[in-house]
Design a binder for this molecule. Sequence first.
Ligand SMILES: Cc1cc2nc3c(=O)[nH]c(=O)nc-3n(C[C@H](O)[C@H](O)[C@H](O)COP(=O)(O)OP(=O)(O)OC[C@H]3O[C@@H](n4cnc5c(N)ncnc54)[C@H](O)[C@@H]3O)c2cc1C
Length: 307
Amino acid sequence: MIEKFELFLEKQNLSCVKKEISMKSLTTIKCGGKADYLIEPDNYDELSKIFKFICGNNILYQILGNGSNVLVSDLGFPGVVISLKNLPYLIELHEGKLSVAAHIELAHLQKKCIFEGLSGLEFLSGIPGTVGGIIAMNAGAFGHDVSSVIDSIKTVTHEGKIINLRDENIEFSYRKTKLPYEQYIISEGTFNVQKTNMQKVKELCDFYISQRKSTNLWRAMTFGSTFKNGEDYYAGELIEKCGLKGFSIGDAQISKSHANFIINNGNASSKEVYLLIQKMKDEVLEKFGKNLELEVKLWGDFSYAGK
Ligand SMILES: Cc1cc2nc3c(=O)[nH]c(=O)nc-3n(C[C@H](O)[C@H](O)[C@H](O)COP(=O)(O)OP(=O)(O)OC[C@H]3O[C@@H](n4cnc5c(N)ncnc54)[C@H](O)[C@@H]3O)c2cc1C
C-alpha cells in the first residue's frame, strides 16, 4: 500500500509531502509520536487528487486542524495526516453570511469579526481550533454550538469532488457532525452573522475569554474536555467526586481546576495521558455506573499502553 502511495506521489510530482513528522508540536497536548506522512497541499486540485487516491486505496488517514482535540499514540500514526494550513486564505462576507476557509484559526476569525463588527460567533471565543475542526466537532460553549450558526459547508468527497452542503443536510449532535457520506474533508464553512458595531462584538468576545481565563487552563498544554457530558451528568463533576482532581501519572495530570481536563506538565507521554483517561473512566464506572464517552480523538494504536 505504502509503495503504491509513494509511486502516486512521485508520478504526480507532489512537493507538499513530508515524511516521519513528529505530531508533538502539531497538537496542543504536545505529546505523541510521528505520522508516516504529513500532506500540506497549497491548492484544492492537489487536495482533491490526493484525497481521492487515499480513499480509493483504503489508506489510513486523518484530517488535522489545530490538533486541539487529538491525542496521538507514542508509536505514532501509521498513515497519512492531511493538513489544510497552506490552502488559500478566505474570509468573505456576502449578504449576512461569512464564508471562511477551513484552516483559518478561530482566534483569527474572531479578530476579523470584531474588526468588521460581525456578531454571532462570539461564544466560540478562546476555543483553540480551526474552522474545519469546530464544524467537524460541532464545538460549543456557553450554551451554544456551531450547529446554531452554520449556514452551509463545502467538502471534498472521497471521489475528490467539492460539494456544497446546506445545514439541513448536515446532522449535528453533541460534539458530533454527520454528513450524508462517510469520508470527507471540510474545506469551507459559511456562518450566519449580523452586522452590529465593533465595540459590542469585542465586549462579548472579551467576556467569554475572561470566563475561560478564570479556570487557569488558558494556554495550558491540554486537549480540552477529555469526556463528553451525559444527559444527566457532567463528566467533570463525576471525576471530581472520585477524588481525582490533581491526580497525576508522570507529567500528565488531571487539572486541579477542572477535573475533565488533562494537563501535560512538561514531558508527558501519550501513554501517561492514556492511562489517566483509563483511570478516570474506570473509577467513574465503578462509583457511579456511568460509562464515560471520549470527546478527544485517539490517533494510532494505544494497546501498548496497557491499563
Ligand atoms: C484549552 C482548550 C479549550 C477548549 N474548549 C472547548 C470548548 O469550549 N468547546 C469545544 O467544543 N471544544 C473545546 N476544545 C476542544 C477543541 O478545541 C475543539 O474540539 C475544536 O473544535 C478542535 O478543532 P481543531 O481544529 O483543533 O481540530 P483537531 O483537533 O485538529 O481535530 C479534531 C477532529 O476534527 C477533525 N477535523 C479537523 N479539521 C477537519 C476538516 N477540515 N475536515 C474534516 N474533519 C476535520 C479531525 O480529523 C478530528 O477528528 C478546547 C480545547 C482546548 C485545548
